[in-house]
Design a protein around this ligand. Structure first.
Ligand code: 5CA
Ligand code: ZN
Length: 470
């Protein structure tokens, strides 16, 4: 993959993920193949969130006065908001914003909903489209102006500790989710100047795309009482006092799908984890003039048992075209497993299976009793292999450096993430970013006593990470 950007655009088109020709910059059309990947990805996420959140759906429009109530928040988004100013020919009395995110849509309602400590905690989420007039270079799924798959969770708590604990829980939720997709990540606390507008602190997940640039794929924010005070969200304690709540919010987007595509894909095209593949298995009959009906009949039986017993998404490709052409197409589309069945296989009670992740061909005994389980075991192995391969690549790209020159050298040669000791000062951090032309992703944990900041030489406070970023 010499040019990732070109590869990525080509595959979106060839595998029919999105059509990027929609005539508004940063807004694209999900095509059936892409939509299915999106649907199955969301299914996994929703199953996890549904364990202890409730799904809701808020309006897309936010009145100007609500959006502008929280000063820090609005400052962070003022350059990115789309406005609705007219209803037909009538100018609206009050402008309405297309949500860039939903704090200011939800929290006035939370203020009505939260009454007593017995109402808490509240944990809601929604999956919606949000709009951000991004000024940086837009890219399909990666930086869009209509984020079509914005999952945002919003929680309300009694105490600072509960909110901090929820941040940890949310990190675990996204960890589980990304692990199921085999997407590697670095979790850090964003520097002060890069936290979510209105948050006390932001914890972010960054992954690494094949061009060596990191992509922020999920963020978890501890909002403290900032919004509670602005939107008057209070509760009555057991003792009858009235107190402001503590809040968190966390979200992710289409970028997760971009990561599935970008991280697992290769020169042959997409390579999908089995849980999100539109078809998990494709059966290709190997047909000769003689015995065609028997082969098709056998294929249909195999398909039925995988569908019924295994609840798998199985497609029988009985088109009248060359088998080689089918292989090429399904490999490009990333279907995890192909089963080839010809007349000789039926006679020998064997089938040929080909794994997309390893391009590996194997002969499997067709034992009707255990066949579905055998296939399920292969599928699990595919996911594990994809995950460990992706983590191996990722880990090989995270390097510790001792000085600024080394950092620059690492980035140009190894193209990844560098880890270093940092004093934690904003002015020093920004100077460093400028010097090496990278962004500080964030900090993680404390550093050994004698370590020095690689930029200013003062004692280092944190282990920090930086990279070229999307
Ligand atoms: N309300 C909070 C939590 S939901 C919020 O809006 N956080 S955010 O601004 O960090 O956005 C959440 C996630 O959406 C980000 O971590 C990033 O992965 C993704 N995202 C942000 N902007 C875009 C964009 N223009 N295109 C695609 N994904 C985006
Ligand atoms: Zn420093």
């Amino acid at each position: 993959m010499s040019d990732f950007s070109e590869w990525f655009h080509n595959i979106l088109d060839e595998a029919k993920i999105v059509d990027t020709r929609y005539p508004i910059k940063g807004m694209h059309v999900w095509l059936p193949q892409g939509f299915k990947i999106r649907k199955y990805t969301l299914k996994i996420l929703k199953e996890i969130l549904d364990e202890d959140h409730e799904e809701v759906l808020f309006p897309m429009l936010i009145p100007e006065d609500e959006l502008e109530k929280e000063a820090i928040h609005v400052k962070g988004f003022e350059n990115e908001v789309y406005w609705v100013t007219h209803g037909g020919l009538t100018e609206l009395n009050e402008k309405l914003a297309l949500r860039p995110t939903s704090e200011t849509a939800m929290y006035p309602m939370f203020s009505l909903w939260v009454r007593s400590h017995t109402d808490l905690p509240m944990k809601f989420y929604q999956v919606v489209n949000t709009f951000r007039y991004e000024t940086k270079h837009t890219r399909p799924l990666i930086r869009v102006r209509e984020i079509t798959t914005f999952e945002e969770a919003h929680t309300v708590h009694e105490s600072r500790e509960d909110a901090a604990k929820q941040v940890e829980k949310a990190v675990e939720i996204y960890r589980r989710f990304l692990d199921m997709l085999g997407i590697p990540y670095l979790i850090t606390q964003r520097p002060e100047w890069d936290k979510f507008p209105g948050a006390e602190y932001t914890v972010a997940f960054d992954t690494l795309l094949p061009d060596g640039k990191t992509l922020q794929i999920a963020t978890v924010h501890n909002l403290g009482q900032t919004f509670a005070k602005t939107f008057e969200i209070t509760y009555e304690t057991a003792e009858g006092d009235h107190k402001y709540v503590y809040q968190t919010c966390y979200g992710l987007s289409d970028r997760v799908i971009a990561s599935i595509i970008g991280i697992h894909g290769d020169e042959s095209g997409l390579c999908l984890p089995t849980d999100v593949a539109p078809y998990q298995i494709v059966i290709v009959p190997i047909i000769f003039k003689k015995g065609k009906e028997e082969v098709l009949e056998f294929c249909r039986n195999v398909q039925d048992s995988l569908k019924n017993k295994g609840n798998l998404r199985v497609h029988l490709d009985d088109r009248d075209i060359r088998a080689g052409k089918k292989y090429y197409e399904w490999e490009m589309k990333g279907i995890p497993l192909r089963i080839e069945i010809g007349p000789r296989d039926i006679a020998n009670k064997k089938v040929v299976i080909v794994r997309r992740d390893k391009h590996e061909k194997k002969i499997l005994d067709f034992n009707p009793e255990s066949f579905v389980e055998d296939i399920e075991a292969v599928m699990q192995d595919i996911n594990e292999n994809m995950r460990s391969k992706a983590w191996e690549t990722f880990n090989s790209k995270v390097r510790t450096v001792e000085n600024v020159e080394e950092a620059s050298k690492e980035i140009s040669e190894n193209k990844g993430i560098v880890s270093f000791g940092w004093c934690g000062e904003e002015s020093c951090g920004k100077e460093l970013e400028e010097k090496v032309n990278m962004d500080i992703l964030g900090i993680r944990g404390d550093v050994e006593d004698d370590k020095k900041c690689i930029n200013c030489g003062k004692p280092a406070k944190h282990v920090a990470f930086m990279a070229k970023t999307y």
